[in-house]
Design a protein around this ligand. Sequence first.
Ligand SMILES: Cc1cc2nc3c(=O)[nH]c(=O)nc-3n(C[C@H](O)[C@H](O)[C@H](O)COP(=O)(O)OP(=O)(O)OC[C@H]3O[C@@H](n4cnc5c(N)ncnc54)[C@H](O)[C@@H]3O)c2cc1C
Length: 370
Amino acid sequence: MPGNGQVRACIVGGGLAGSLLAWRLATASRSWRIDLVTGHHSRADATAASGGAVRAFEAHPEQRRLAAMSMVELLGSRTLRLWADFRRVESVYLPDGAGPLDDAIADIDQLLPGSASLVPAVELAKLGWTGVDDHPGFAVMERRAGYVSPDRLRNSVLADGEVRSRMSVHTGPVGRIEPRPDGGVRCVVDGRPRDYDVVVLATGAWTGAVLRNNGYPDTDFRVQSIQYSVYRTGSWRPPMFVDERIGVFGRPTTDGGLLLGRPTGLWSVDPDVPPTTPHLHDSAATLATARFPRLRLGGVVRRVSSADCYADAPILGLRPVTDQQHRLFTFTGGSGGSVKTALAASHRAAVQLIGSGQPTELVTVGRRIG
Ligand SMILES: Cc1cc2nc3c(=O)[nH]c(=O)nc-3n(C[C@H](O)[C@H](O)[C@H](O)COP(=O)(O)OP(=O)(O)OC[C@H]3O[C@@H](n4cnc5c(N)ncnc54)[C@H](O)[C@@H]3O)c2cc1C
């Protein structure tokens, strides 16, 4: 990487991951010039479809840390909360079993003191659950959780990044990507080849295809269908929840409805034509109605079907594509949960990319990140 001169970077993919990473880099260092290549705007990406639920608890420790750090940044920045249209609601996560959760609570407590606690699952009856009398374990309750509009956050950081002259946004897909002898990477952007010091593929569920089309191995990533429906409801709604025992997740919506979904288990789907599976939507509604006797589901407001990129280690992070010589990375693989971790993951990725180069201060909107 050039030590003192300008660094030319290309971020491919204008979903939440790519947009935040480009914005971090553009705001962090005067010497970086970023081209963000956003792809086909018309196709619905995971960011546009996302439920946007954010909380700190995740089973995987690294993912949990990124989620908690993201929550700290979001709660600490009024601008970010406005950009993301953050709505605060309590979160309940009911694991399927009685595994140890004390470490998770301690982790979260370090960053968000007092936000998360363990509640015996049987006590969820007080919150409207039924069928938990025989549950041996605990639920994780979080006070500081909620949901955002990832699409609005993406558009806001793009608008902010563009007014800084260091970042330019290019619509349309990236063309051929090839390594250069000097360790850089050549990409075709806007129909012409451009040379970059570093290229990052933040192409979500399309990452495998982009890698394959350019002759790179694509074995690290898988694509899963994610689907949910939003329903009208009566006046009672559960809090934001994940109920692993019945395999249903849900959250209230801003218009008084309830979002409900189930893990699909449908892999290798085409992100351009993600499937809709009516029986999954129906069974999510049936299971939720049985779980919450006070819930009155009305008509379907909308059904959403999209896809996301999964990696074995469920972390949104930089991964080198081939070797350490060529500065070509992917930045995806958050396994269906990247909204929760995207703020901290993009910050970490920007620090790693800037690396031993310039001394720099990464800022959130409104204050420095310590
Ligand atoms: C239905 C659904 C609900 C979800 N709910 C939640 C939730 O409640 N909470 C949570 O934390 N996470 C949730 N997620 C996960 C989260 O939304 C995603 O992990 C996150 O949005 C992924 O962002 P991304 O930028 O990696 O991918 P995407 O948003 O898919 O963006 C990838 C971008 O790459 C572009 N691209 C592709 N190919 C090219 C190319 N050749 N050239 C240029 N650009 C290209 C695409 O056009 C796209 O804009 C949900 C996901 C889905 C699908």
